[in-house]
Design a protein around this ligand. Structure first.
Ligand code: SAM
Length: 268
């Protein structure tokens, strides 16, 4: 049986010119913006961005691709190619203090979740405004899912606590070379953290969300019991608005934050 080899570093290059243009345009007017591109590859989107952005910083892990791009953009001083791992990069160090950035990228799919968490952190610190990202369609569907539908889970709640999400368009495998095994979707995030609005602390609430979704088949109550919350505390704090048998996937952010605040109050 022949087995398809996965390309290294998630290298499925975009070859659909219309899609490249649509992605580069999805950030709107960037003539006064600094844009960070994650994984520029051979530069399919990079060239379009270079013509539009005030400053473009492209982060590429693959040394030979980075060398190719450094040569290609050698006469464009507003384009900077950095060799390295996006997950290790300190975005704040790339721009003067107080400046904000936009992020764009046809992501390496194998690290999509880690990149998203990094972007949410950058949104919370006020560094990141918007991000236009291509990812596996199923991941994009989970990010945008509403409570009560199958796709709604920890990623949905985390994303929606940190950003509003526009689902822009979906591409078939044939839009890439080599074609991936999956369809791909481009989304746009407006980073707008909601922790202050719901009066919850970001770090504590992040941990709480993980507990709520620890086992999707279990009720919220059982997940919290398994995490060490005692029955008496749960009983005294449990909001009337949340059924005792509810599962995390049925709860919107208002209900989850209400439960978190009630348990914190019961603790103190
Ligand atoms: N932007 C190009 C395009 O659309 O054709 C390439 C996209 S390809 C899906 C992902 C790119 O991310 C590749 O160029 C790959 O080398 C790069 N990459 C993979 N892991 C990375 C990492 N940890 N940090 C930075 N770039 C990475």
């Amino acid at each position: 049986m022949s087995q398809k080899r996965k390309p290294k570093f998630g290298q499925n290059f975009l070859i659909d010119a219309n899609a490249c243009t649509a992605i580069a345009d999805a950030l709107g007017d960037i003539s006064d913006r600094t844009v960070i591109e994650i994984g520029p590859g051979h530069g399919a989107i990079t060239s379009l961005l270079a013509a539009k952005a005030k400053r473009l910083i492209a982060l590429e892990l693959d040394h030979s691709l980075a060398a190719e791009l450094t040569f290609k953009f050698r006469e464009q001083p507003h384009v900077e190619i950095i060799i390295g791992d996006v997950l290790e990069c300190d975005f704040a160090s790339l721009v003067p203090s107080g400046e904000t950035v936009d992020v764009i990228g046809n992501l390496p799919y194998y690290i999509t979740s880690d990149i998203l968490l990094k972007l949410f952190a950058a949104g919370r610190s006020g560094l990141l405004n918007r991000a236009v990202l291509m990812m596996q369609r199923e991941v994009a569907d989970r990010i945008a899912a509403s409570p009560g539908v199958k796709d709604y889970g920890l990623l949905s709640a985390t994303a929606q606590m940190n950003a509003t999400v526009d689902n822009l368009f979906t591409l078939p495998p044939g839009a890439f070379n080599p074609p991936p095994d999956v369809y791909s979707t481009v989304i746009r995030l407006h980073l707008a953290p909601r922790f202050a609005e719901f009066s919850v602390d970001p770090t504590g609430f992040d941990t709480f969300l993980k507990l709520l979704f620890a086992q999707k088949r279990k009720t919220l109550h059982n997940n919290l019991r398994a995490a060490g919350f005692d029955s008496a505390r749960l009983a005294s704090a449990w909001p009337e608005t949340i059924p005792l048998q509810a599962r995390a996937e049925s709860l919107n952010l208002e209900a989850m934050t209400e439960l978190y605040r009630a348990l914190k109050t019961a603790e103190s």
